[in-house]
Design a protein around this ligand. Structure first.
Ligand code: 6GU
Length: 237
């Protein structure tokens, strides 16, 4: 059975170019995933097709209403007997990382709710008990781009999606270090040579150089990851 993604959004047309390209498309064509879009506005029951309203207590912006979201979740969930893991994309959520991508890649059904406007009526959170996920500490105009980021990161982890050559096992974050630098032809480009060791054919020396590069770059660029790596290394001793 393919991993089923239900995506609830006011802008389903935003998803086609991303899910219909490259790896997300290949995964769907191989039958490994399925994308099911629901337009939240289609579930609106009033004459104006409302999906949002002004906040009680005043304040700027509009708030996503309960009725359309609850009905859209129930509409989507009825389409398949499997229990969906519900996820709301929100800057108030847990920050998405590779560990969460790996965890979610083990589920068989994910339902993503992408909101717009200032936020969701809190009873959507209380009543649907979704996991709340953010993709970082900045504010987007809607959850759609965040949903696509989450989907892409999950899909590429599924067995059979990437070939043996572009495997997802030994890359940045799998072990807490960022990647080593890569080079391809030519050996010299505008006076910038490829590091000699990579041309040596000495696989042990190449592996040692790459590991050292990963450590140096992590320490310089990502002190947060470096601290975690050092702590983990110390614990394993
Ligand atoms: Cl999930 N939504 C919005 N609107 N902004 C964000 C985000 C999500 N994650 C980071 N910024």
């Amino acid at each position: 059975m393919p991993l089923r993604f239900d995506i609830l959004t006011l802008f389903p047309e935003m998803f086609a170019p991303i899910l219909g390209t490259s790896i997300p498309k290949r995964a769907a064509n191989k039958g490994l995933v399925e994308y099911c879009l629901t337009n939240i506005r289609d579930l609106s029951t009033d004459a104006h097709k409302s999906v949002d309203d002004r906040p009680f207590g005043g304040g700027p912006g509009m708030v996503m209403m309960c009725q359309t979201i609850f009905d859209a979740v129930e509409h989507a969930e009825r389409q398949d007997p499997r229990v969906a893991t519900r996820i709301i994309l929100s800057p108030q959520g847990r920050v998405f990382d590779q560990a969460l991508a790996t965890e979610l890649a083990g589920k068989d059904r994910l339902l993503l709710i992408a909101g717009h406007y200032e936020g969701f009526d809190e009873r959507i959170i209380d009543g649907l008990s979704p996991m709340q996920v953010s993709i970082g500490d900045y504010v987007l105009s809607g959850g759609e781009l965040a949903a696509m980021v989450v989907i892409d990161a999950i899909v590429r982890l599924l067995p059979g999606v990437l070939g043996a050559d572009d495997g997802a096992a030994d890359e940045t974050f799998a072990d807490g270090l960022i990647e080593y630098p890569q080079y391809t032809r030519p050996r010299d480009f505008r006076g910038m040579p490829v590091p000699e060791v990579l041309l040596s054919g000495n696989h042990k020396a190449i592996a040692a150089w790459r590991l050292e590069q990963r450590k140096v770059r992590t320490e310089q660029r990502r002190p947060d990851l470096w601290d975690a790596f050092i702590r983990k290394s110390a614990e394993e001793k």
